[in-house]
Design a protein around this ligand. Structure first.
Ligand code: HEC
Length: 286
């Protein structure tokens, strides 16, 4: 073969294959970066192995296409020239070459149009047979002996497993720690509990509606010790014993202190019956 032709052939076959390989590798790489558990990293490895096998097969086919001679050793009895070899495509599909087509021509002539009795391609026959065999195995396994779960069962199994894993994880989590650094305004249900605590423990000095009495008004914007969630929490937890405000942390527990703190936050701007005069500084929410 001429060198130029040879090189042309190499470029025409190798370049598209390399491009294809590159594209699929990138796609595959994206896939494997999302790998999280051991199980899926095994899947990632399997993909790479399959992919490598795929490339090797590709290379073998390329090699065959480049190096196989285009003529066979047989000599055509009529022309005396070496016969053309059947192409890979013709072999793959079990096609007769043009010269041999007359042997499979059907007898019927449709106004000059003739029909060829081509055999079904071997890949089709094999695939068809395999799919029938597969269908029987599938039926037997999934619907007769039930040795593997159906999709819907697979789903329920997966959900159950996830629930168990979550329960195990929840057990590992440390119980909620309440302190002034992780406060949030609680839910309405918790705030309702806070109100009960307030009426029971605080109303004697701050009035039922928070308007104040022996203790200061908790509904206005003026605070002696700060009006943020954190400030109020600390005021309630530690108290100001020498000024007549007990520390409630020990008495109520921090969970209740947090609840009553959230409740006090909701008192802002309400109109108490007998509001006590402003004490402390104007607090601005930041
Ligand atoms: C025995 C009376 C008394 C009781 C009961 C009481 N307090 Fe007080 N409280 C006070 C006094 C007095 C002050 C003012 C302290 C000061 O002058 O520093 C105060 C201050 C406060 C402050 C700070 C207000 C500010 O302006 O910074 C908050 C918040 C507070 N109380 C919440 C509560 C809560 C919640 C309860 C119930 C769990 C409660 N108090 C029960 C007397 C009381």
């Amino acid at each position: 073969m001429e060198l130029k032709k040879y090189l042309q052939k190499v470029i025409y076959t190798v370049v598209p294959v390399l491009l294809f390989t590159l594209i699929t590798t990138v796609a595959n790489a994206n896939d494997t970066t999302t790998v999280v558990s051991k199980e899926s990293s095994f899947k990632g490895n399997l993909l790479i192995i399959l992919f490598s096998i795929f490339i090797v097969v590709e290379l073998i086919i390329i090699g065959y296409l480049i190096f196989s001679p285009s003529t066979s050793n047989e000599v055509d009895s009529v022309t005396g020239k070496p016969k053309r070899r059947r192409t890979l495509w013709e072999r793959f599909n079990n096609l007769k070459s043009m010269e041999e087509e007359s042997s499979i021509e059907l007898e019927h002539d449709y106004d000059g149009i003739k029909e060829l009795d081509n055999a079904a391609p071997p890949w089709f026959t094999i695939g068809f047979t395999l799919s029938i065999i597969f269908a029987f195995i599938y039926m037997y396994r999934y619907h007769v002996v039930h040795s593997a779960p159906l999709q819907i069962e697979e789903y329920t199994i997966a959900v159950k497993k996830a629930k168990e894993e979550k329960a195990a994880l929840d057990k590992l989590k440390p119980p909620k720690v309440i302190d002034e650094n992780n406060l949030v305004l609680l839910s309405p249900a918790e705030i309702a509990k806070g109100k009960e605590i307030f009426i029971k423990n605080c109303a004697t000095c701050h009035a039922n509606d928070g308007g104040g009495g022996a203790g200061p008004n908790l509904t206005d914007n003026y605070w002696m010790h700060g009006g943020s969630l954190k400030d109020i929490f600390i005021s309630v937890k530690v108290g100001y014993p020498q000024k007549g405000m007990p520390g409630w942390g020990e008495i109520l527990g921090l969970e209740q202190v947090e609840q009553v703190t959230s409740y006090i936050k909701t008192l802002k701007g309400t109109k108490p019956a007998i509001p006590k005069e402003q004490q402390g500084e104007l607090y601005k929410e930041n």
